[in-house]
Write a protein that binds this ligand. Structure first.
Ligand code: NI
Length: 228
Protein backbone atom coordinates (compact mmCIF):
# COMPACT_ATOMS: atom_id res chain seq x y z
CA UNK A 1 0.00 0.00 0.00
CA UNK A 2 1.14 3.49 -0.81
CA UNK A 3 -0.25 6.19 1.48
CA UNK A 4 -0.17 9.99 1.49
CA UNK A 5 -0.12 11.36 5.07
CA UNK A 6 -0.86 15.11 5.02
CA UNK A 7 0.32 17.64 7.61
CA UNK A 8 3.01 15.64 9.42
CA UNK A 9 4.71 19.01 9.90
CA UNK A 10 3.01 22.41 10.05
CA UNK A 11 4.15 25.30 7.82
CA UNK A 12 6.00 26.78 10.85
CA UNK A 13 7.76 23.48 11.54
CA UNK A 14 8.84 23.19 7.89
CA UNK A 15 10.19 26.77 8.05
CA UNK A 16 12.11 25.91 11.24
CA UNK A 17 13.74 22.90 9.56
CA UNK A 18 14.44 24.67 6.28
CA UNK A 19 16.13 27.64 7.97
CA UNK A 20 18.71 25.25 9.41
CA UNK A 21 18.94 22.93 6.40
CA UNK A 22 19.45 25.77 3.94
CA UNK A 23 22.52 26.91 5.94
CA UNK A 24 23.88 23.39 6.51
CA UNK A 25 27.02 21.75 5.10
CA UNK A 26 25.72 19.12 2.64
CA UNK A 27 27.88 16.28 1.36
CA UNK A 28 27.78 14.01 -1.70
CA UNK A 29 24.95 11.48 -1.31
CA UNK A 30 27.03 8.78 -3.01
CA UNK A 31 28.89 8.32 0.29
CA UNK A 32 26.02 6.23 1.70
CA UNK A 33 25.41 3.79 -1.15
CA UNK A 34 27.31 0.82 -2.53
CA UNK A 35 28.96 0.68 -5.95
CA UNK A 36 25.65 -0.12 -7.70
CA UNK A 37 23.85 2.86 -6.16
CA UNK A 38 26.68 5.30 -6.81
CA UNK A 39 26.14 5.02 -10.57
CA UNK A 40 22.56 6.27 -10.38
CA UNK A 41 22.60 8.69 -7.42
CA UNK A 42 23.31 12.43 -7.78
CA UNK A 43 22.21 14.28 -4.67
CA UNK A 44 23.47 15.71 -1.41
CA UNK A 45 22.83 14.53 2.14
CA UNK A 46 23.55 15.68 5.66
CA UNK A 47 26.08 13.28 7.24
CA UNK A 48 24.03 11.02 9.54
CA UNK A 49 26.25 11.59 12.57
CA UNK A 50 26.53 15.39 12.25
CA UNK A 51 25.09 17.09 15.37
CA UNK A 52 22.65 19.13 13.25
CA UNK A 53 21.43 16.00 11.42
CA UNK A 54 20.76 14.27 14.74
CA UNK A 55 18.96 17.29 16.18
CA UNK A 56 16.72 17.74 13.12
CA UNK A 57 16.12 13.97 12.93
CA UNK A 58 14.79 14.06 16.48
CA UNK A 59 12.46 16.91 15.52
CA UNK A 60 11.07 14.85 12.61
CA UNK A 61 10.85 11.73 14.76
CA UNK A 62 8.77 13.58 17.37
CA UNK A 63 6.35 14.72 14.65
CA UNK A 64 6.00 11.12 13.45
CA UNK A 65 5.48 9.88 17.02
CA UNK A 66 2.45 12.13 17.48
CA UNK A 67 0.86 11.27 14.11
CA UNK A 68 -1.93 8.71 14.57
CA UNK A 69 -2.35 8.02 10.84
CA UNK A 70 1.37 7.23 10.50
CA UNK A 71 1.20 4.83 13.44
CA UNK A 72 -1.93 3.10 12.12
CA UNK A 73 -0.46 2.64 8.63
CA UNK A 74 3.14 1.76 9.53
CA UNK A 75 2.75 -0.02 12.90
CA UNK A 76 6.42 0.85 13.49
CA UNK A 77 8.59 -1.48 15.51
CA UNK A 78 11.92 0.22 14.74
CA UNK A 79 12.86 3.18 12.63
CA UNK A 80 16.02 4.44 11.01
CA UNK A 81 17.17 7.90 11.98
CA UNK A 82 15.33 10.31 9.66
CA UNK A 83 17.86 11.58 7.11
CA UNK A 84 17.85 14.63 4.86
CA UNK A 85 18.59 15.00 1.18
CA UNK A 86 18.79 17.73 -1.39
CA UNK A 87 18.45 17.53 -5.18
CA UNK A 88 19.66 20.69 -6.92
CA UNK A 89 18.93 21.54 -10.56
CA UNK A 90 22.47 23.03 -10.68
CA UNK A 91 23.87 19.47 -10.37
CA UNK A 92 21.03 17.81 -12.34
CA UNK A 93 20.11 16.10 -9.04
CA UNK A 94 18.40 12.73 -9.50
CA UNK A 95 18.40 9.16 -8.23
CA UNK A 96 17.83 6.47 -10.88
CA UNK A 97 15.70 3.37 -10.42
CA UNK A 98 16.89 1.32 -7.46
CA UNK A 99 15.61 -0.71 -4.53
CA UNK A 100 16.47 0.24 -0.95
CA UNK A 101 18.71 -2.18 0.95
CA UNK A 102 16.77 -4.81 2.92
CA UNK A 103 18.62 -4.28 6.20
CA UNK A 104 20.49 -1.37 7.78
CA UNK A 105 21.63 -0.03 11.14
CA UNK A 106 18.77 1.49 13.12
CA UNK A 107 18.48 4.58 15.28
CA UNK A 108 17.40 3.05 18.57
CA UNK A 109 20.52 1.05 19.36
CA UNK A 110 22.81 -1.67 18.07
CA UNK A 111 21.67 -4.34 15.63
CA UNK A 112 19.70 -4.22 12.45
CA UNK A 113 16.54 -2.80 11.01
CA UNK A 114 14.63 -4.64 8.27
CA UNK A 115 13.26 -2.08 5.84
CA UNK A 116 9.57 -2.92 5.39
CA UNK A 117 8.47 0.63 4.59
CA UNK A 118 10.17 3.65 3.07
CA UNK A 119 8.95 7.17 3.77
CA UNK A 120 9.65 10.56 2.20
CA UNK A 121 8.67 13.74 4.06
CA UNK A 122 8.58 16.76 1.74
CA UNK A 123 10.25 19.96 3.03
CA UNK A 124 9.60 22.01 -0.12
CA UNK A 125 6.50 22.82 -2.15
CA UNK A 126 5.81 21.46 -5.65
CA UNK A 127 6.15 24.94 -7.18
CA UNK A 128 9.68 25.34 -5.72
CA UNK A 129 11.11 22.98 -8.35
CA UNK A 130 10.49 21.19 -11.65
CA UNK A 131 11.14 17.47 -12.07
CA UNK A 132 12.18 15.65 -8.92
CA UNK A 133 9.18 13.30 -8.90
CA UNK A 134 9.44 10.30 -6.64
CA UNK A 135 8.38 7.51 -9.01
CA UNK A 136 7.40 4.22 -7.40
CA UNK A 137 6.79 1.04 -9.43
CA UNK A 138 4.45 -1.64 -8.20
CA UNK A 139 2.22 -4.29 -9.76
CA UNK A 140 -0.25 -1.54 -10.75
CA UNK A 141 2.35 0.45 -12.70
CA UNK A 142 4.32 3.60 -11.92
CA UNK A 143 3.12 6.24 -9.46
CA UNK A 144 4.55 9.76 -9.45
CA UNK A 145 4.58 11.56 -6.12
CA UNK A 146 5.23 15.24 -5.45
CA UNK A 147 3.59 16.47 -2.26
CA UNK A 148 3.18 19.80 -0.43
CA UNK A 149 5.75 20.70 2.22
CA UNK A 150 4.99 18.90 5.50
CA UNK A 151 3.30 15.90 3.83
CA UNK A 152 4.70 12.37 3.81
CA UNK A 153 4.41 9.38 1.50
CA UNK A 154 4.75 5.85 2.84
CA UNK A 155 5.39 2.93 0.44
CA UNK A 156 6.66 -0.65 0.65
CA UNK A 157 10.47 -0.83 0.60
CA UNK A 158 10.17 -3.76 -1.81
CA UNK A 159 9.21 -1.29 -4.58
CA UNK A 160 11.68 -0.21 -7.24
CA UNK A 161 11.68 3.61 -7.27
CA UNK A 162 13.56 6.67 -8.48
CA UNK A 163 13.70 10.46 -8.21
CA UNK A 164 13.52 12.03 -11.68
CA UNK A 165 16.06 14.80 -12.51
CA UNK A 166 15.38 18.21 -10.96
CA UNK A 167 15.42 20.72 -13.83
CA UNK A 168 14.67 23.91 -11.86
CA UNK A 169 15.11 24.85 -8.20
CA UNK A 170 15.92 22.58 -5.27
CA UNK A 171 14.07 19.61 -3.79
CA UNK A 172 14.68 19.11 -0.05
CA UNK A 173 13.19 16.14 1.80
CA UNK A 174 13.62 13.98 4.85
CA UNK A 175 13.46 10.21 4.38
CA UNK A 176 13.47 7.20 6.65
CA UNK A 177 12.85 3.45 6.82
CA UNK A 178 10.54 1.54 9.11
CA UNK A 179 10.55 -2.04 10.33
CA UNK A 180 6.90 -2.76 10.96
CA UNK A 181 5.38 -5.01 13.61
CA UNK A 182 3.61 -6.52 10.56
CA UNK A 183 6.11 -7.62 7.94
CA UNK A 184 3.54 -8.59 5.29
CA UNK A 185 2.24 -5.61 3.31
CA UNK A 186 -1.16 -7.24 2.62
CA UNK A 187 -1.78 -7.99 6.30
CA UNK A 188 -0.61 -4.51 7.34
CA UNK A 189 -2.95 -2.95 4.78
CA UNK A 190 -5.90 -5.01 6.07
CA UNK A 191 -5.21 -3.89 9.65
CA UNK A 192 -4.91 -0.27 8.54
CA UNK A 193 -8.22 -0.36 6.65
CA UNK A 194 -9.97 -2.09 9.56
CA UNK A 195 -8.61 0.48 12.02
CA UNK A 196 -9.64 3.40 9.81
CA UNK A 197 -13.15 1.95 9.31
CA UNK A 198 -13.55 1.45 13.08
CA UNK A 199 -12.43 5.02 13.80
CA UNK A 200 -14.81 6.44 11.16
CA UNK A 201 -17.76 4.43 12.48
CA UNK A 202 -17.00 5.46 16.07
CA UNK A 203 -16.86 9.15 15.08
CA UNK A 204 -20.11 8.85 13.12
CA UNK A 205 -22.25 6.70 15.45
CA UNK A 206 -20.53 6.65 18.84
CA UNK A 207 -19.62 3.52 20.76
CA UNK A 208 -21.61 0.31 20.25
CA UNK A 209 -21.34 -3.41 21.05
CA UNK A 210 -20.54 -4.07 17.36
CA UNK A 211 -17.66 -1.59 17.45
CA UNK A 212 -16.29 -3.23 20.57
CA UNK A 213 -16.41 -6.57 18.70
CA UNK A 214 -14.64 -5.12 15.64
CA UNK A 215 -12.03 -3.43 17.85
CA UNK A 216 -11.45 -6.73 19.60
CA UNK A 217 -10.88 -8.42 16.22
CA UNK A 218 -8.42 -5.68 15.22
CA UNK A 219 -6.35 -6.20 18.37
CA UNK A 220 -6.55 -9.97 18.21
CA UNK A 221 -5.32 -9.96 14.60
CA UNK A 222 -2.52 -7.55 15.56
CA UNK A 223 -1.63 -9.87 18.44
CA UNK A 224 -1.67 -12.88 16.10
CA UNK A 225 0.45 -11.34 13.34
CA UNK A 226 2.82 -8.91 15.09
CA UNK A 227 6.52 -9.71 15.42
CA UNK A 228 7.70 -8.04 18.62
NI1 NI B 1 15.46 4.75 -2.35
Amino acid sequence: MMLHIPGVLSADEVRHLRAQLDAAAWTDGRATVGAAGAHVKRNEQLPEDAPLARELAQYVQQALNRNGLFFSAALPLRMSQPLFNRYDAANAGHYGFHVDGAVRAHAQGPGWLRTDLSATLFLCNPDDYDGGDLTVRDTYGEHEVKLPAGDLVLYPSTSVHCVTPVTRGVRVCSFMWIQSMIRNDGRRTMLFELDQAIQTLRARHGESAELVALTSHYHNLLREWSEI
